[in-house]
Design a protein around this ligand. Structure first.
Ligand code: MV4
Length: 446
C-alpha cells in the first residue's frame, strides 16, 4: 500500500481524495496555485506545494511541474481527481517513467475510450447496444448518405470529443453539410482532431450511467446506475442513484453488458459507461468515462462503498473483496454552482457566509468555507449536497429541507434553480429526460 499520495486537483474533489487517503492511513500532498494558497484542500493535506500562478495551464494543467513535485516529495502515487488531466492518456503514461503509480485505468484504456468511434466499435463487439452510428466522416457527401440511411434527426459528434462538446443535432439535409463542417472545425480547435461521426439522434432520452469497479485480477463489480438527465447544456445539475426509470430486470441487463464490456477492453480501476435510454426503455451506449465522476457520492450512499478508497486499493494491487454491491435506499445529489440562477453566468466573489445544513442522511462534499474567495480561474462548482433516504420520497424531503436551510451569502448561486427543480411535481413524479430543465416554465427568481 502507498505511504504518500499526491492529489493533482483542487476544490471539493481534492478534499474528497484526501479523506479517502486518511481513511487508509496514507499521507497526502496537495498542489496549489497562487489563488489557492489558503484553500481548504491545501490546509487539509499533510504537505502542500505551490505549482504556479492562478491560470490553469500554468498550474493544475502544468503536468511537468506536478511530476516534478511528486518526485521531489517522494509520493508513490498520484490521484488526478476528475476534469483537468484525469483523462489525459499522455499524462497517465508519464508516471510509468518516474515509477509513480497513476491511480486510474491504464493509459491504453484511457486512449481507447477517448476515441469515441473506436470505443463504440469495441462496445458493439462486446455485445453492448450502441446508438446506430457511422464511422469517421470526412466528406459531407458521406454524411448525407449515412443520414439518409438511418433517417433524420441525426447527431454530429467529434470522435476525440465527449461530454457533448461540439455536438450538434441536425434535422434536415440542408443543415447537415454546415453542421459537419462546423463540428469538424470545432473538434480540430478543441481536441486537435477533426474526425467526426454521425449517430441517430435519440429524442427525449434519459441519461443513465453505470458505475464500474474492476481490479487487476479480472474481478469486475457493477455499482448500479445513476440517473443524470437533469442537465443544462451538458452540465449535470442533479443526479441520483438508483435511476427511478430503471427496473430490476433492466438493471440486470445493464450490469451483465457492463461486465462484458469491462472485460472486453481489459479495464481496471473505476469507470463509468454512459447510456441513453429511449422512451421504449432501450439502452444505447454513448461513451465511457475513464475517471472518477463528480456524482460518485450518490452511488457511495446507497452501496456503503468508498469508491475513491477502492481506486487507491486497486492501484496498489489489492483484489476486490466483494462480487456484488448492495443497493440500499435512494440518494440524490445537487451540484452547487457559483453562477447567476437566471443568466447562468459564473459569479466570482467572496463567500461571506457558507454554512451547509446539518441533518439526517445529508452529505456535503464542498470545496469552500465561509470567507473563501471564488475566482474566475476555475470551474464554478462550489460543491455538492447529497441526501439519502430509505425511499426516493424521503430523499427528496430531506433534500428540499436542506436546500431551504443552506446558508450562502456574498455571491449568487444556482440554489434557487435547485429548489425550483426539487420542489417541482415533475421531479417528484420522476418525469425525467434531458429536456427537463429546458421545459421548466417557471422563471427562476434570483
Ligand atoms: C446524444 C443524445 C441524443 N442522441 N446522442 C450529451 C453529452 C454526451 N454524453 C452525449 N450526449 C448526448 N448524446 C444521440 N445520438 C443526447 C445527449 C444528451 C444531451 C443532448 C442535448 C442536451 C442535453 C443532453 C444531456 C444528456 C445527453
Amino acid at each position: 500500500m502507498f505511504s504518500k499520495i499526491l492529489i493533482a486537483n483542487r476544490g471539493e474533489i481534492a478534499l474528497r481524495v484526501i479523506r479517502a487517503c486518511q481513511s487508509l492511513g496514507i499521507a497526502t500532498v496537495a498542489v496549489y496555485s497562487e489563488a489557492d494558497a489558503q484553500a481548504p484542500h491545501v490546509l487539509a493535506a499533510d504537505e502542500a506545494f505551490l505549482i504556479g500562478p492562478p491560470p490553469v495551464p500554468q498550474s493544475y494543467l502544468n503536468a511537468a511541474k506536478i511530476l516534478e513535485v511528486a518526485q521531489s516529495c517522494g509520493a508513490q502515487a498520484i490521484h488526478p481527481g476528475y476534469g483537468l488531466l484525469s483523462e489525459n492518456a499522455d499524462f497517465a503514461a508519464a508516471w510509468e517513467a518516474v515509477e509513480i503509480t497513476f491511480i486510474g485505468p491504464s493509459p491504453k484504456a484511457i486512449a481507447a475510450m477517448g476515441d469515441k468511434i473506436a470505443a463504440r466499435a469495441m462496445m458493439a463487439k462486446a455485445g453492448v447496444p450502441v446508438v446506430p452510428g457511422s464511422g469517421p466522416i470526412v466528406d459531407p457527401a458521406d454524411a448525407l448518405a449515412f443520414a439518409e440511411q438511418i433517417g433524420y434527426p441525426v447527431m454530429v459528434k467529434a470522435s476525440a470529443g465527449g461530454g457533448g462538446i461540439g455536438m450538434q443535432l441536425v434535422e434536415t439535409p440542408a443543415e447537415l453539410e454546415k453542421a459537419v463542417k462546423m463540428c469538424g472545425a470545432r473538434a480540430k480547435t478543441y481536441f486537435g482532431s477533426d474526425v467526426i461521426y454521425l449517430e441517430k439522434a435519440i429524442l427525449k432520452p434519459r441519461h443513465i450511467e453505470v458505475q464500474i469497479l474492476a481490479d487487476h485480477f479480472d474481478n469486475v463489480v457493477i455499482l448500479h446506475e445513476r440517473e443524470c438527465s437533469i442537465q443544462r447544456r451538458h452540465q449535470k445539475v442533479i443526479e441520483e442513484c438508483p435511476s427511478p426509470g430503471v427496473s430490476p430486470e433492466q438493471r440486470r441487463f445493464l450490469t451483465e453488458r457492463a461486465i462484458a464490456a469491462t472485460r472486453a477492453i481489459g479495464y481496471a480501476n473505476a469507470g463509468t459507461l454512459e447510456f441513453l435510454m429511449d422512451a421504449d426503455g432501450n439502452f444505447y451506449f454513448l461513451e465511457m468515462n475513464t475517471r472518477l465522476q463528480v456524482e460518485h457520492p450518490v452511488t457511495e450512499m446507497v452501496t456503503g462503498l468508498d469508491i475513491v478508497a477502492w481506486q487507491i486499493r486497486i492501484a496498489a494491487g489489492d483484489r476486490l473483496t466483494f462480487s456484488a454491491a448492495p443497493l440500499n435506499g435512494h440518494a440524490i445529489e445537487c451540484r452547487l454552482y457559483a453562477e447567476d440562477p437566471v443568466t447562468f453566468m459564473p459569479q466570482p466573489g467572496t463567500l461571506t457566509r457558507f454554512e451547509p445544513p446539518a441533518g439526517e442522511g445529508l452529505r456535503h462534499d464542498v470545496g469552500v468555507v465561509s470567507g473563501s474567495v471564488v475566482t474566475p480561474f476555475y470551474d464554478p462548482m462550489l460543491g455538492k449536497l447529497i441526501a439519502w433516504g430509505s425511499t426516493r420520497t424521503e430523499a427528496i424531503e430531506r433534500l428540499r429541507d436542506a436546500l431551504a436551510r443552506y446558508e450562502i451569502a456574498g455571491i449568487k448561486t444556482n440554489l434557487p434553480l435547485l429548489q425550483t427543480i426539487v420542489d417541482s411535481p415533475a421531479f417528484a413524479a420522476a418525469d425525467l429526460d434531458t429536456g427537463f430543465i429546458s421545459r421548466m416554465r417557471q422563471t427562476v427568481t434570483a
